[in-house]
Write a protein that binds this ligand. Sequence first.
Ligand code: NAD
Length: 255
Amino acid sequence: MAWQDKVAVIAAAGSGIGRMSAIALSGAGATVALIDLNGDSVRELAREIVEAGGRASAHQADLGCVDQIQRVAAEIGGVVPHVDILVSNVGMPNPHGIDGISEAQWEKSVDVNLKSGFFLTQAVLPLMRRTGNGGSIIYTSSAAGLVGSFTSPLYSLTKAGLIGLTKSLCVVLAPEGIRVNAVCPGPVRTPMLAGFMAKGQESIDEVAELYSSRVPLGRVAEPSEIAASILFLAGDESSYLTGVALPVDGGYTAV
Ligand SMILES: NC(=O)c1ccc[n+]([C@@H]2O[C@H](COP(=O)([O-])OP(=O)(O)OC[C@H]3O[C@@H](n4cnc5c(N)ncnc54)[C@H](O)[C@@H]3O)[C@@H](O)[C@H]2O)c1
């Protein structure tokens, strides 16, 4: 299928990796449906994409809530003919360590980082099945889903869960020609990076510096570098690639 005929749903598209993925997919020619908790951020991005000659719609939802996932999928189903690509990219930094973490914090982390991926996929699949041409689902996991996190076991368990979901859905959806993969970024220069160290945006350079010392390539990634891998997994160039958790981490998980 030509990029011009493809429709991509991108979750958490208002910032960072999601924003750059939307720009990359739209730049390739796809129509993009952008979801974010921050409605203004995706409305602004959709406006920029349309002004640049692309096709985009903006949708506000808290993807940690199943009823909002179902509502936003129905909304998207009303404005696009079908969906070919789902970039399930929602996540949040989680509390550090294990002592003192409450059940409410655990549930919030699991809702936003893990449950969102499962139920967004469930809600979008009927739109992906409209063509009978298969599709591509990409989860944003993390290097912390592949190896232990030195800060947040809770974050690590949610991102490892997405890899289990990737491998299982790869098998379940393969008969329909739907490929399922995950990207596992190392540290990326986005607003979330400072959050991983429980610091504010003013500390982003300091936090990037701290993480850089743990990365063999000696620097954190730019969000466009993760988006490039997402574009590859979304497109026909990766047509025989499914069930993979791809580290995009400058070598972080190789040592
Ligand atoms: N930045 C990193 O170092 C890094 C590393 C590995 C994995 N990741 C993962 O990459 C993904 C994207 O992170 P990023 O670094 O681009 O972050 P970011 O802070 O730049 O963007 C996150 C976006 O998610 C949106 N969002 C947050 N909660 C939401 C919710 N409940 N429903 C809908 N939207 C919500 C925010 O409004 C924001 O636009 C996340 O899943 C994150 O865990 C990030």
